[in-house]
Ligand binder design. Structure first.
Ligand code: TXA
Ligand code: MG
Length: 336
């Protein structure tokens, strides 16, 4: 069965679909909605039964905690026992926006939301539809990305519909998302700030506000996975096999590799466009991190829908501003 999909203006959300979605949230049901990063699968964060529905719909292990979305920093503060100066300054600088902060939780936050951890992840999304829904629902909304566990996050309502079907009660369709990859996750619950998941708020921008940040997610290590269960290796993966390749110079195509891989093969080239006769599709990816992030999942979803079996992706630059997309590509390419 197809889920109910309601169109909503991303700039000026109409009250009716928002009211309908808010009523479902208050009734303990699941609503998928756009944020500026990816679509979220939302439920009342204070209702353990509704939280259980999220885990079931995603097929997600109970050990993997959820991000709680709130309309402003005051609401975030009401869910945590500590609000350090670093949180205040980061909230002022980056909220609403794609930065998630982890802080010691208050008792009102059910253990199911944090997978039993003592700290909760909170963020204020920069999307008028998400903010309107949070305001109308009058409660915090727990929302992981609206995809089945380990698969690609959705950047359009169609992706949610294809991936979750009628496991979700309502999808608010606010068009394609702007940022394109999931939020940066920063743990402020310990002695030192730790970057658990890189995103489009880069670590160096955070450091300019609060000083040194430890980069736990720089590798796919077991340590990073223990700190933040959602970071476990293969994740954010399309159906096609993703392989990272070195950037080729003109006239030096990765021909041998392309011959060995299952076809059709797509090649995502970085920087400049060039031809590759052995690949069925060559896509020139944008040279700046913002535009690259916006089109990455979009491109992978489209290639999946067309039945591509291999996606070769040229490696990205090494700096902080590319860390978010680099991380998602490495996870998509990870083979157990
Ligand atoms: O951009 C986003 O963050 C999107 C939109 C919908 O807001 N949400 C999202 O949620 O990506 P999800 O569940 O797919 O990823 C949440 C990440 C996971 O890596 C999870 O392990 C981590 O945040 N996380 C959540 N709560 C945590 C906690 N209490 N301690 C450590 N890590 C936590
Ligand atoms: Mg996810």
């Amino acid at each position: 069965m197809a889920p109910l999909v309601l169109s909503v203006s991303p700039d000026a959300p109409e009250p009716e679909p928002i009211a309908r979605a808010a009523a479902l949230i208050r009734g303990g049901r699941l609503v998928a909605f756009p944020t500026e990063t990816v679509y979220g699968l939302g439920a009342d964060a204070l209702d353990p039964a509704a939280i259980a529905l999220i885990f079931a719909a995603k097929g997600r292990p109970q050990t993997n905690p959820l991000i709680v979305h709130v309309p402003d920093a005051d609401e975030a503060r009401s869910l945590v026992t500590e609000w350090p100066d670093a949180a205040e300054r980061l909230a002022e600088r980056f909220w609403p926006g794609p930065l998630t902060l982890i802080l010691p939780k208050r008792d009102v936050v059910p253990a199911a939301v944090t997978a039993g951890l003592a700290a909760v992840a909170v963020r204020v999304p920069a999307h008028p539809v998400a903010l309107a829904l949070l305001t109308a629902a009058e409660r915090p909304i727990a929302a992981p990305s609206a995809n089945r566990y380990t698969l690609l996050s959705p950047t359009r309502a169609e992706h949610v519909e294809r991936g979750l079907g009628d496991r979700v009660d309502l999808i608010l369709d606010g068009g394609p998302t702007d940022v394109g990859i999931e939020s940066t996750v920063l743990d402020l619950s310990g002695k030192h700030p730790v970057l658990l998941r890189p995103g489009m708020v880069p670590a160096d921008a955070i450091e300019r506000v609060i000083g040194p940040v430890e980069r736990a997610a720089a590798s796919l290590s077991d340590d990073a996975a223990r700190l933040s269960p959602g970071l476990a290796a293969r994740h954010y993966a399309p159906a096609a096999r993703v392989v990272l390749v070195d950037r080729a110079r003109e006239g030096e195509p990765p021909g041998t590799l392309i011959r060995q891989m299952p076809h059709p093969v797509a090649l995502l080239v970085f920087g400049s466009s060039r031809s590759e006769p052995l690949a069925e599709r060559v896509i020139a990816m944008p040279p700046d991190p913002e535009t690259y992030a916006r089109s990455l999942y979009e491109t992978l979803h489209a290639l999946d829908a067309e039945g591509f079996r291999t996606v070769l992706v040229e490696r990205l630059p090494d700096d902080d501003e590319w860390a978010g997309v680099r991380d998602r590509l490495e996870r998509a390419a990870h083979v157990e």
